[in-house]
Ligand binder design. Structure first.
Ligand code: ZN
Length: 237
């Protein structure tokens, strides 16, 4: 019932303020997250809860099967804003075992529009067919494709012009590939076997939380990408 959700919301707000009377005042005044989370839309994978972060600590983008598709305007907008404006220092690409989107990619494409969205995973499964077929258990093949998908998305993100341009400016952006287990609530770091940062972000100079001071202002908004496009078409001055 919708009324139950609203009642739960009031109880949550009340509990938060009883624990920390200035919590919402600080939250409303700024947004300065340390992390960008790119995860699956699956209702069983709540981004902030899994890593014990409060509102304000993590910028979140979710889609079916946690894809970093370079043609997805929504995804690109989130990454650009998170990197260029919010200056997040670490991006977490988080898949999860038991992902229905990945499982659908292993079967017949009879799920409607979502099959088009999942096309990149289907292509990845074809590319990795020998490795997947070597696994005797269907669940093991599913789990491995979940991992391969995360690694592939990390690689795509690593090659994204938004990330490349940020690093060219000297901005440290670390990218991490994780897989979450629905069975025990634990995250596994896949230690993506590619360079994950031209500049390692290292220890954060910020305090994680809501007392980190004003949100940083972008020193150089996303003009490099635009400039390059203009150069490509010979229209820059
Ligand atoms: Zn999923």
């Amino acid at each position: 019932m919708i009324e139950d959700l609203l009642a739960a919301n009031r109880a949550w707000s009340k509990a938060k303020q009883e624990k920390d009377p200035k919590f919402f005042l600080r939250l409303a005044a700024q947004q300065s997250p340390e992390y960008l989370w790119i995860g699956c839309s699956d209702s069983r994978v709540p981004a902030n809860d899994i890593v014990g972060r409060d509102p304000g600590e993590m910028f979140v983008h979710r889609n079916v099967a946690n894809l970093c598709t370079p043609s997805d305007l929504n995804f690109l907008s989130v990454v650009q804003y998170a990197v260029d404006v919010l200056k997040v220092r670490r991006i977490l690409v988080v898949g999860h075992y038991g992902c229905g989107g990945v499982l659908a990619s292993l079967g017949e494409p009879n799920n409607g529009l979502v099959d088009h969205w999942l096309g990149p995973i289907r292509a990845l499964a074809v590319e990795k067919k020998a490795e997947l077929d070597a696994l005797p258990d269907p669940n093991a093949r599913h789990d491995r494709l979940v991992e391969l998908n995360v690694l592939h998305q990390v690689a795509l993100l690593n090659d994204n012009p938004i990330i490349i341009n940020a690093r060219a400016r000297g901005q440290a952006v670390g990218i991490h590939g994780w897989v979450y287990s629905l069975k025990n609530g634990l995250v596994t770091d896949l230690h993506a076997p590619i360079p994950v940062g031209a500049v390692d972000p290292g220890p954060s100079p910020r305090k994680v939380g809501l007392e980190a001071g004003p949100a940083p202002v972008a020193a150089a908004p996303a003009t490099p990408i635009l400039s390059k496009k203009r150069n490509l078409f010979g229209r820059s001055k």
